[in-house]
Design a protein around this ligand. Structure first.
Ligand code: GTP
Length: 325
């Protein structure tokens, strides 16, 4: 069976500023490619053959990179919201561009996961579900939507971000929706699936199920998390078909020039045409294309913007270079 998908990529990404001042969160490079590319490849490899990107903030930056999807082995279309419609409004709006029938996989555009998407789709069908949520378990669920399940994995409660969550099983940001459920979302206004659609479905007795998968899961919504995602992909703790080959300590893209006396480690990514001068130490950094790192600089867990220059002997931990201009 072939499936359709919608990728929610229209958010403002405010927690990632200054990285998102000029680039939407889903287009930020993670392990050498825009984050969205990891999700598109995951969708393709699970048998999805068409995907609509639900865009709003800096919508025009997606299509020049992804085009019609032919370079990625999947059909890609673009739905643009003039004003952001929220997660539910975005799904309703983007679904108008889908062809085919059958369930639709919906991804939050900021989750890196090792979960078995094909198994989630099969589980949805086997339960004759209206909606299936991918769920994972975290140590502290307060910042997430905690989801309560009965012994048949049927959802009976959603608890959006609360001080004392009743469970550590959370909404992991990837859903399977039947088309009728999408058609029931109000058209042309802001709707949150988490706050409005999911509770309404439960109240109406719809068949809402949880697919629990405890493999790798990370919300890349903060700078520290984004760096961790990139580092984990380079080091092999996380996997993606979109990550170029690497040696485990760092990834250098084509055209990068790295001095033989530089020490690069902890999953650092060195963008295309970057110059790394003598004696530089980089640990866990993302260096944008065309940047230059001056001799003996020592940078840890830092972001260097495309084309930026870092002064000789600079020392920094968890800093941003060149993002405010
Ligand atoms: P913050 O501003 O830092 O909270 O990030 P965000 O704007 O991405 O919001 P959030 O993390 O809550 O969004 C979850 C996912 O839904 C992300 O992939 C967003 O891109 C996406 N999203 C949120 N709101 C909208 C919207 O109004 N329209 C569309 N198309 N996508 C949205």
């Amino acid at each position: 069976m072939s499936y359709s998908a919608i990728l929610l990529v229209g958010g403002m990404g405010t927690r990632l500023q200054p990285l998102t001042l000029h680039t939407p969160k889903p287009m930020l490079p993670v392990a050498g490619v825009p984050f969205t590319e990891h999700q598109i490849c995951k969708a393709r490899d699970a048998g999805i053959n068409e995907i609509v990107l639900a865009t709003s903030f800096k919508a025009e930056l997606f299509e020049p990179y992804f085009g019609d999807g032919s370079n990625f082995g999947i059909s890609i279309k673009y739905a643009v919201e003039k004003e952001p419609l929220g997660t539910g409004g975005a799904i309703r709006n983007a679904a108008a561009m889908l062809s085919g029938q059958g369930p639709v996989a919906i991804f939050n555009g900021d989750v890196l996961s090792g979960h078995d998407l094909a198994a989630q789709l099969a589980f949805h069908e086997s339960q004759s579900a209206d909606l299936t949520l991918y769920l994972t378990e975290v140590g502290d669920a307060r910042a997430f939507g905690a989801v309560e399940l009965d012994s048949d994995h049927r959802v009976f409660a959603f608890n959006e971000k609360m001080e004392n969550p009743p469970t550590n099983i959370i909404n992991a940001g990837c859903y399977t929706f039947n088309r009728e459920v999408i058609a029931s979302i109000p058209d042309g206004r802001v709707v949150s699936v988490e706050r409005e659609t999911f509770p309404q479905l439960l109240m109406s007795g719809a068949r809402v199920f949880g697919y629990v998968d405890r493999s790798y899961w990370l919300d890349i919504g903060t700078p520290a998390a984004l760096l961790k995602a990139s580092q984990d992909l380079i080091s092999g703790r996380a996997h993606s078909a979109a990550t170029p080959q690497n040696n485990g300590e760092f990834l250098a893209l084509p055209g990068a020039s790295v001095s033989s006396s530089a020490v690069i480690s902890q999953g650092t990514v060195i963008g295309a045409d970057v110059v790394i001068e003598d004696g530089v130490h980089l640990s866990g950094c993302i260096v944008g294309n065309g940047a230059r790192i001056g001799a003996r600089a020592q940078l840890t867990n830092s972001f260097i913007a495309p084309g930026a220059s870092v002064a000789k002997a600079a020392i920094a931990d968890s800093q941003f270079f060149g993002y405010n201009e």
